[in-house]
Design a protein around this ligand. Structure first.
Ligand code: GZL
Length: 324
């Protein structure tokens, strides 16, 4: 262990002097389990909550965490995974920003005998042995839950024809692909609804606002519903809707995913109609898996947390603080 600590600190020094931008943080503990974690970025409150969950869980489980932030760049994640391999960490965990392009680096991890845990998002690979476990949401179900709310809301309003715009997440990211499929598998088969357009806001608040401005300029007051793949984009879109002079939650039904405190609070203010929960608190599950793998024990291939739907139909006064 002492050698690895020395190498770790030398790597950090090298990283600092070479100006590499993905910040390496080594949270050291007395344990001899070192987990290398590549976080994809800091694009949303959800992501910041996920990072905090991983850091606090590592401490709780007495696991040394070497974390690098890729700031939305897949190539930085690949570099981080290679440095974890070079340092011979015990387990690698990462949130793949997109589904494609991981086979080569994960084959290197496999050849080095280092197990890989996918956190929050999946990869697209023909070699299922390249990762041991996935810890993250059932995004398809989140899309279905969003559609289920809209079907109920349409019936409640007695509406027979509603026009929908969709602000999607990062192209080729698992939540984007599956939140789209889950929603469309219901909505596209119901004549009450008509999709006007789907446009990517890359999970960013600023792009959510830009997308909604574009959609309002193109479709104006014809828009009845906005379905957004994450709360950050929704908050930006609400700024655009109010600047347009419409009332979010009334003139335009607002359905969003993540469950940040900020959006759940807007349900009570009547500005958002439905928030589908996607918890970022995955750290404890990941650390439990890492400890079991180090003990030579099996772990489940897929672990998805139970998630709820919060809407205007619920009494949210007793809801505990969301924590992100
Ligand atoms: C979902 C996660 C998504 C969130 C966004 O698990 O991958 O990425 O919905 C975040 O807020 O940017």
């Amino acid at each position: 262990m002492k050698n690895r600590k020395l190498i770790a600190y030398l790597m950090i020094a090298l990283c600092i002097f070479s100006g590499c931008s993905s910040k390496t943080v080594v949270e050291e503990t007395s344990s001899n389990l070192l987990l290398g974690f590549s976080q994809l970025g800091s694009e949303s409150s959800w992501r910041i909550g996920n990072t905090a969950s991983m850091e606090s869980a590592a401490k709780r489980h007495n696991i040394s965490l070497m974390m690098e932030n890729a700031y939305q760049k897949q190539e930085k994640q690949i570099d981080s995974i290679r440095s974890f391999i070079a340092y011979q960490v015990d387990v690698i965990a990462f949130c793949p920003i997109v589904e494609d392009g991981w086979d080569n680096v994960l084959t290197e991890a496999k050849n080095a005998g280092i197990p890989v845990i996918l956190v929050d998002r999946l990869i697209n690979t023909s070699d299922e042995s390249l990762y041991t476990a996935y810890v993250g949401a059932d995004f398809y179900q989140e899309g279905v839950s969003a559609a289920d709310f809209l079907v109920r809301k349409a019936k409640d309003l007695g509406k027979e024809h509603l026009l929908i715009v969709e602000i999607a997440g990062t192209v080729d990211a698992t939540p984007t692909l599956q939140r789209y499929d889950g929603f469309h598998d219901i909505i596209d088969n119901d004549d009450t609804f008509q999709m006007l357009e789907t446009i990517s806001g890359d999970f960013l608040r600023s792009k959510g606002e830009e997308c909604m401005k574009y959609l309002l300029n193109k479709y104006g007051d014809d828009i009845d519903v906005m379905y957004s793949h994450n709360d950050s984009m929704t908050l930006g879109a609400i700024d655009a809707i109010e600047a347009w002079g419409a009332k979010p939650g009334k003139d335009i039904i607002i359905i969003t995913v993540d469950g940040e405190q900020a959006t759940v609070d807007l349900i009570s203010e009547g500005k958002i109609n439905c928030v589908i929960e996607c918890t970022p608190m995955l750290g404890d599950i990941v650390m439990e898996h890492a400890k079991k793998l180090m003990a030579g024990e099996e772990v489940p291939r897929i672990t998805s947390p139970q998630e709820e739907t919060f809407s205007e139909y619920d009494d949210l006064r007793q809801l505990p603080p969301r924590g992100y």
